[in-house]
Design a protein around this ligand. Sequence first.
Ligand code: BGC
Length: 488
Amino acid sequence: MKTTIALTAAAALAAKVSAACWSQSLGYSCCTNASTPVVYSDNDGDWGVENGNWCGIPVPETCWAEKLGYSCCTSTSQVVYTDGDGNWGVENGNWCGITTGSTPGPSPSPNPDPTPDNTQYKISGNPFSGVEFYLNPYYVEEVENAIKQMTSSSLKAKAEKMKTYSNAIWLDNIKNMQSWLEPNLKGALSQHQSTGKDVLTVFVVYDLPGRDCHALASNGELLANDSDAQRYKTEYIDVIESHLKKYTAQPVVLIIEPDSLANMVTNIENTPACAESETYYYDGHAYLLKKFGVLDHVAMYLDIGHAFWLGWDDNREKATKVYKKVIDSGSPGKVRGFVDNVANYTPWEDPTLSRGPDTEWNPCPDEKRYLEAMYKDFTSAGIKSVYFVSDSSRNGHKTDRKHPGEWCNQTGVGIGARPQASPISGMSYLDAFYWIKPLGESDGTSDESAARFDGYCGHDTAMKPAPEAGQWFQKHFEQGLENANPPL
Ligand code: BGC
């Protein structure tokens, strides 16, 4: 504003600041009345006078989404849904209103404000069967951003296809759970309301006290102590439960605490952090199984590591006891089954391997043989519901790893089988292939000075430089697309 014609320096009038109040940053209040006559205009805007002081005349409100309880987008103009209110985008997994000229994007997404629906969906049998899979808007947005960094048109075309597949939504801390659970449950409901189909959403419950006790890359926010264990229950599990009880009309799958029970099978004796977490892992499972396992529209799968973790005979024997004990401790809650290979690279089938020195005498050198063996062991131990979901987000292509224990951002990664129900004939206990760990989200940082640096992420076949676990890793994503099997 031209100081030469300023009437007086603006007194700090307590004018109500609206999103469209541009003059406050210049040291002037905003006119309280939007119809105040324009006395002067300059590059900053239109000025009026109130009580003898200059005031900025607010521009018409452009952030229309705020009135509906949403923010306006600040870093995206990608339209994922349009309704009578305007164009909607997604930022950090939340809906946001787009305020400036955007063109509709290709991915249809649901209305963020579905009509409440109190009906009770009842899962009977395979929850992946006969339903549509919910598309995670957060991942769609990650892929959109990844495409902007690509130059090859064939790679871009492959990436575009990734936006049409579903993957799991990780509730990896209390804050993310609060911002992602309810909006996505609502999203699934509105997807149902617009397509008429039942819509399945898959969440990963991942915040146990002392999380990732045998590694460092995914250590969590809660420590292995009584007060954090209490927070896990009241601030995390109870809140998830209350949302699940509110959105009962659509099916939900919960993937329970990746790696935790497998660590209870093999790492109690050799890793003090796992011994310290033991009580909390068991107690946390019993608590959540009792709560979620009685909800008719919810099915749970307990994580069982992968073939080169629990596949050996002695490990499977111990595992059977651990999982039986955990399931019994959650009564009357029920689990549907187990999930294998989460975030891991073990191929579904690898005919080149068989029990012998090369596999360190592991009789289950691929995920298929691992599940076949686990099915036998678990059913003969009296576990009643034994079904599996297998993560195929990283195992389409045999990676460069020389040892099957390598788990961090492996070179040669390829996205594997597409998410689908009952994929293998003659294997009726395999409920689905599904992408649990999103391709392109890092397995762990390669920065040696980081608190969560794990030596595995510095090994030869781990891609570098890699960002923190869960952060976007473009190179990982691009390799995964190039090596996709089946091809994209
Ligand atoms: C990370 C989580 C992340 C998840 C999905 C895990 O390895 O620890 O923070 O949400 O991967 O990318």
